[in-house]
Design a protein around this ligand. Structure first.
Ligand code: PLP
Length: 367
């Protein structure tokens, strides 16, 4: 390891922050806290809110509920816009709630809900929130970097992400892009905070240090992850996630599995699928068999979705070959369980996606 108060660390920190600004398309400060993604959510609540303050919490699943619980634990008066799990946010609901609750100054939204595989339309949501002059804070732990989220263009005041997702690093670093309005709001917000204090962390980062000992090893990995992304190019990173997700969705659909998220709101980093097994126990047994027999680790459902869905993660270091292997393994696993009578259709459907892409002409340039 290196001295985290020395020049090598200053260079590492600067590389990480510049890389994150590039990937998040922002000139805002990116504050780094030694924590998992939840630490970034807690930091945002603690720094932006005051006890008793009304805040709009837009939730579409388990991580949105978690953020609402954190805000409530800090004493905020949480107005919950909670969609049924599997549905996306409707910006009109946000518009209505802001009109009904004029004292609300801050809106918290999940961009990419990992528990349901739903991605929200952040452009439309940000437009509604910003047209009313409110602050918007976004949980994009499993989104930004892998999915387009132009932070400055959309005027997102806070965006939270975590090192273990698309950044291809181990867990341990919460990254929080905070704009000027958010930092100003933090100065007057009265919720208690200490370890996660934005102002103190900014003061230290401005001197190329962090307040406490940083997770240096995670930052080395993040630096490398960002270098890989720069080499590929941001648009190519997004396109690869889109292509792999298209392959996974097409392959699973071809063998009769039903995707959980609605068309138009399906995440390119995680796909949630109705379980083909007849009971939660059978779903669990099937996922265990995939892991122990074939080494394929899929996630089950969380909370109310336990035993009802399974989830395929496809973010970070993932490519077309992974999609083929995931699909072939899922198919074989279903065949083993007697849930499928023939194999080969999922991979063929994924191949068709690539063929289609190869023959689709580039859109003509406009103007
Ligand atoms: N928000 C979202 C959308 C997530 O996907 C996760 C984790 O998967 C979190 C928050 C919480 O992050 P962590 O588990 O790193 O604390």
């Amino acid at each position: 390891m290196i001295n985290h108060r020395g020049p090598e660390f200053a260079a590492l920190l600067s590389d990480c922050v510049e890389g994150l600004r590039w990937a998040m398309q922002t000139d805002n400060d990116v504050l780094l806290f030694p924590a998992s993604g939840t630490g970034g959510l807690e930091a945002t609540a603690a720094n932006l809110l005051s006890p008793g303050e009304k805040v709009l919490l837009c939730s579409v699943g388990s991580f949105g509920e978690r953020w609402a619980d954190i805000a409530a634990a800090y004493g905020a008066d949480v107005v919950r816009l909670a969609m049924p799990w599997g549905e996306a946010l409707d910006p009109e609901d946000i518009e209505r709630l802001l009109a009904e609750n004029p004292s609300i100054e801050k809106v918290f939204v999940t961009h990419n809900e990992t528990s349901t595989g739903v991605v929200n339309d952040m452009r439309a949501i940000a437009a509604v929130v910003k047209s009313r002059g409110k602050l918007i804070a976004v949980d994009s732990v499993s989104g930004v970097g892998s999915l387009p989220l132009p932070v400055d263009e959309l005027g997102l005041d806070v965006v939270v992400t975590g090192s273990q997702k698309g950044w291809m690093a181990p867990p341990g670093l919460a990254m929080v892009a905070a704009g000027k309005a958010a930092l100003a709001a933090a100065e007057s917000a009265r919720c208690p905070r200490w370890y996660f204090d934005f102002a103190r962390q900014k003061k230290f980062q401005d001197k190329q240090q962090t307040y406490t000992t940083p997770p240096v090893s995670v930052m080395f990995a993040l630096q490398e992850g960002l270098a890989i992304m720069r080499e590929e190019g941001l648009e190519n990173v997004w396109a690869r996630h889109r292509r792999v997700a298209d392959m996974i969705r097409a392959g699973l659909g071809a063998i009769g599995l039903r995707l959980f998220a609605p068309e138009g709101h399906r995440s390119d980093t995680v796909t949630a699928v109705h379980s083909p097994a007849t009971s939660p126990d059978d779903t669990k047994a099937w996922l265990t068999a995939l892991r122990t027999r074939y080494g394929l680790v899929l996630a089950g459902g969380q909370g109310q979705l336990q035993g009802k869905i399974f989830r395929v993660g496809h973010l970070g270091m993932v490519d077309e070959r992974d999609a083929y292997s995931i699909l072939a393994t899922i198919e074989q696993g279903l065949y083993d369980q007697g849930l499928l009578s023939r194999v080969g259709f999922a991979v063929a459907a994924a191949q068709a996606v690539l063929r289609q892409e190869a023959t689709t002409p580039e859109p003509a340039a406009v103007g």
